[in-house]
Design a protein around this ligand. Structure first.
Ligand code: GDP
Ligand code: MG
Length: 245
């Protein structure tokens, strides 16, 4: 609903991002001083958690590595249990420019999930070869399920409204890329409205992406299979307001 007051929380999944997480949190605080940040440190072997705490974030430390999906589910549960009704996912590597967050959140007036989408007319992000084809096929599948064209279904930069927070606190796929494509399919099948906003993604500020190009392609294929399975399962029911678990 347009104009509804919101209580947003930024959730930052992080694995070994000591070199970039501080700048990400500083940027967020400068642009969105009233929005608290939770960093979900997923068994990092570096100083990510200490650096994030020193930068003023709440840090949730997972005892061992669960992957982005498991970390985000932790973030959604934290949001639900602490009265936040909007979650914005922002990566710890500096790729997600926080200046777009107000626009993503505005999109929640007419949608349950707003994806910050590369390839949607802004920026010059290009994926090549099999990766590009796999991404296109996944985008087409998700678009069909969602009933509207979505161009970037593997983007982690997203705003989730109240119904999505409740659904995802309850059901969020934990495997790699499950947190992107599969989560969108689950949401669409549960009747959630998914929209996108064009964004420009920045290069990683430091460190290494968690997957190289070859492995990324294999995982995209695996994501395709996960999506097929998600399509065969009965739709998940969105828990009603005020419910826990
Ligand atoms: N919690 C958690 N975060 C992760 C994991 N792997 C990557 N990340 C974080 O997820 C975000 C995106 O990861 P990245 O490797 O940059 O993926 P890419 O941008 O899709 O290439 C970054 O903030 C990473 O620190 C993980 O296993 N657990
Ligand atoms: Mg990245």
């Amino acid at each position: 609903m347009p104009g509804t007051p919101r209580n947003p929380l930024v959730v930052v999944p992080a694995l070994n991002e000591e070199a970039s997480v501080e700048a990400v949190l500083t940027d967020l605080r400068r642009l969105l001083p009233d929005v608290p940040c939770v960093v979900v440190d997923d068994g990092s072997s570096d100083a990510t958690a200490t650096v994030a705490e020193a930068a003023g974030a709440v840090v949730l430390r997972l005892p061992y590595n669960l992957g982005v999906g498991g970390a985000m589910r932790t973030g959604f549960r934290y949001a639900r249990d602490h009265g936040y009704d909007v979650v914005v996912q922002v990566d710890a590597d500096g790729q997600h420019d926080p200046q777009y967050i107000p626009r993503l959140m505005q999109g929640l007036d007419d949608a349950d999930i707003v994806i910050g989408a590369r390839f949607a007319g802004v920026g010059d992000y290009v994926a090549r070869g099999p990766r590009r084809w796999a991404m296109r096929l996944l985008a087409r599948t998700v678009s069909t399920t969602a009933g509207r064209p979505l161009s970037d279904v593997t983007s982690g930069f997203k705003a989730m409204g109240p119904r999505a927070v409740r659904l995802f606190a309850h059901t969020y796929p934990a495997e790699w890329l499950g947190d992107t494509v599969e989560a969108l399919v689950i949401a669409a099948r549960s009747g959630l409205v998914i929209a996108q906003q064009p964004i420009q993604m920045r290069p990683r500020a430091a460190g290494q992406p968690s997957q190289g190009a070859g492995r990324a392609t294999v995982y995209l294929l695996r994501a395709g299979i996960a999506v097929l399975i998600a399509l065969l399962r009965p739709p998940a029911v969105v828990p009603p307001e005020g419910s826990f678990r």
